[in-house]
Design a protein around this ligand. Structure first.
Ligand code: NAP
Length: 276
């Protein structure tokens, strides 16, 4: 078993994820895994970084596929005995003018952004080593979508005692409510992506609380963040930040020094803790 530190970035064959891998290859003192659901796209991205003189490693990972997540978990356990840095970056968004029915958009978006990310956390968080760092890439849209929720939902999502099961029930209810076309009457905002990212931010707050309760002495720091508005296939060419600039806040959180005890359980943008 190798005792080299190891970092994993989900959805890193392009966009912000690829830029996070690039920065970690330069700054993280250990092995950095570029992961992709499609091995061809993943290997092409590895080759691109190799051209830049960097040495990322590759592992397949589709966060929609529990078997794929568990294969990575078993690999990390066997080869490294755990994990030092996990960046949950993989995500999807329908384009604004996409005509796919809203209920389908809701189901598909929540499946990857919330349930897929949660499944990665369920399988990989138990592997986190002392002083590990976990970064869940959310979005400022989670804050604006929170503001568009009913007072009752806002209270639940801001609660310091909400459980993971309760959050899962709420995310499932959103999808069901869209199928019955009652989601707005039930207090939800009209954005599937926004609700999925509320899920990611609230999940991060819950997981940080559980780490405090169960692994306090291990000094693991876990945060949600927004990378900013970044020129990628998701956000388009008009966005203000380059992918490398978008990687700055996630990488800052992934490399918080071992002396740091904060931020933890926060929502961070531009390296600054934002109110939730
Ligand atoms: P992107 O260019 O579309 O890249 C998304 C990445 O996620 C791709 O590598 C994609 O792989 C991967 N992915 C999607 N579904 C996956 C799955 N089931 N399993 C594994 N990988 C999967 O988007 P981006 O702009 O870099 O976004 C990265 C993250 O930042 C997302 O979580 C996004 O919501 C968040 N974000 C972006 C912005 C922005 O302005 N760009 C703003 C706020 C937050 P494929 O190539 O196989 O599709």
């Amino acid at each position: 078993m190798s005792n080299v530190p190891v970092a994993v970035v989900t959805g890193s064959n392009k966009g912000i994820g690829l830029a996070i891998v690039r920065a970690l290859c330069k700054q993280f003192p250990g092995d950095v895994y570029l992961t992709s659901r499609d091995p061809g796209r993943g290997q092409a991205a590895v080759a691109q970084l190799q051209q830049e003189g960097l040495r990322p490693l590759f592992h397949q990972l589709d966060i929609d596929d529990l078997q794929s997540i568990r294969a990575l978990r078993d690999f990390l356990k066997e080869k490294y005995g755990g994990l030092d840095v996990l960046v949950n970056n993989a995500g999807i968004a329908f384009k604004v003018h996409d005509t796919t029915p809203f209920a389908v958009q809701a189901e598909v978006t929540l499946k990857t952004n919330f349930f897929g990310t949660r499944n990665v956390c369920t399988e990989l968080l138990p592997l986190m080593k002392p002083y590990g760092r976990v970064v869940n890439v959310s979005s400022m849209v989670s804050s604006s979508a929170l503001g568009g929720c009913s007072q009752e939902l806002q209270q639940k999502f801001r609660s310091d005692t909400i459980t993971e099961d309760e959050l899962v029930q709420l995310m499932t209810k959103f999808v069901e409510d869209t199928k019955k076309s009652v989601h707005q009457k039930e207090g939800w905002p009209n954005t599937a992506y926004g609700v999925s990212k509320i899920g990611v931010t609230v999940l991060s707050r819950i997981q940080a609380r559980l780490l405090n309760e169960q692994r306090k002495g291990d000094h693991i720091l876990l945060n949600a963040c927004c990378p900013g508005w970044v020129r990628t296939d998701m956000a388009g060419p008009k966005a203000t930040k380059s992918p490398d600039e978008g990687a700055e806040t996630p990488v800052y959180l992934a490399l918080l020094p071992s002396s740091a005890d904060a931020p933890h359980g926060q929502f961070v943008s531009n390296k600054t803790v934002r109110p939730w």
